[in-house]
Design a protein around this ligand. Structure first.
Ligand code: C2E
Ligand code: MG
Ligand code: MG
Ligand code: MG
Length: 282
């Protein structure tokens, strides 16, 4: 009895695995078609200068409007895109679209914004990210200095990132370290990279008002950024108390639901036309 039970379990396990593999294959297949089919969208989240209250830029965040799956958040497709390699095509589309949108905002007479795009570890390591950024900026007629790439801390600290970062920076495109404070990068390694900004991770900001230890982590990141001559951007700012704490610590720029959630391009236009100083800061 024990033996046949064991056998059945093995079969059930195998069938479960096969179903999982099939679902994964279908996801990859649908995702591969998403770029040529025009199913990707960008939302833009405002970044606010804490001294002036002005919106100085936006972060572009991808969404997948799938005909069969509905609206898919990055957590539902970026990890699969990374393991399957589809993320290269996604990142390239994001770069092109963000540049076209900057140009459209310029043409509409809005103040010149910067745009930050997230790039995957894979895309940074492929060797032609700088070429892609240069071509996209040129095609759209925007200066490369208005573009920024966000590289997660864990990726930036890796052995293959430095060359890619230097090439991108040499173009005049800015480089930010994303989710800083979540990895365990060696400081000397980061110090050797040509960087512009550090982004304090959402989880550190979330704990800011509540937890003294988290406060001191944010404090340390801001002090580190200032000492390296980098701008510091806080992500995920939701509460006035967090904003007050960040300002007191000398944080330069903030992003989060307190100022504005990620929204479609036309809503950014409305936000900027209504006045550049946000009530949360003014
Ligand atoms: P990230 O770059 O660290 O983006 C910040 C995330 O925090 C975004 O989630 C944003 O919507 C969310 N957020 C914004 N304000 C708040 C707030 O006040 N509170 C909280 N709790 N969260 C806030 P999202 O859009 O789901 O993106 C998740 C991640 O997916 C991004 O993290 C980024 O790593 C990745 N991602 C997004 N778009 C792209 C892309 O185009 N290419 C690549 N390679 N990765 C992307
Ligand atoms: Mg989200
Ligand atoms: Mg980011
Ligand atoms: Mg982040």
């Amino acid at each position: 009895v024990a033996k046949s039970g064991g056998k059945n379990r093995v079969r059930v396990f195998e069938r479960g695995m096969r179903e999982e593999v099939t679902a994964q294959d279908e996801l990859v297949r649908d995702l591969r078609a998403a770029v040529p089919n025009g199913e990707l969208r960008l939302l833009y989240q405002p970044q606010v200068d804490l001294r002036t209250g002005a919106v100085t830029g936006v972060e572009a965040l991808a969404r997948w409007q799938s005909p069969s799956r509905g609206l898919v958040e990055p957590a539902g497709f970026i990890p699969v895109a990374e393991t399957s390699g589809v993320v290269d095509a996604i990142d390239d589309w994001v770069i092109g679209e963000a540049c076209r949108q900057l140009r459209a905002w310029d043409d509409a007479g809005l103040p010149a914004l910067g745009v930050a795009v997230n790039v995957s570890a894979r895309r940074l390591g492929t060797g032609d990210l700088a070429v892609t950024l240069a071509a996209a900026a040129r095609d759209a007629g925007v200066a490369p200095a208005r573009l920024e790439i966000e590289v997660p801390e864990a990726v930036a600290a890796g052995p293959d990132a430095a060359a890619g970062i230097r090439e991108v920076r040499a173009l005049g495109v800015r480089v930010a370290i994303d989710d800083f404070g979540t990895g365990s990068s060696s400081l000397s390694r980061l110090q050797d990279l040509p960087l512009d900004r550090l982004k304090i991770d959402t989880t550190s900001v979330a704990l800011l008002a509540a937890d003294a230890a988290a406060g001191s982590l944010a404090d340390a990141v801001i002090a580190l950024g200032n000492s390296l001559g980098l701008q510091v951007v806080a992500e995920g700012v939701e509460q006035p108390g967090q904003l007050a704490a960040l300002r007191a610590l000398g944080c330069d720029t903030a992003q989060g639901h307190l100022f504005g959630s990620p929204v479609p391009a036309d809503a950014v236009e409305t936000l900027l036309r209504d006045g550049r100083v946000l009530p949360a800061v003014a």
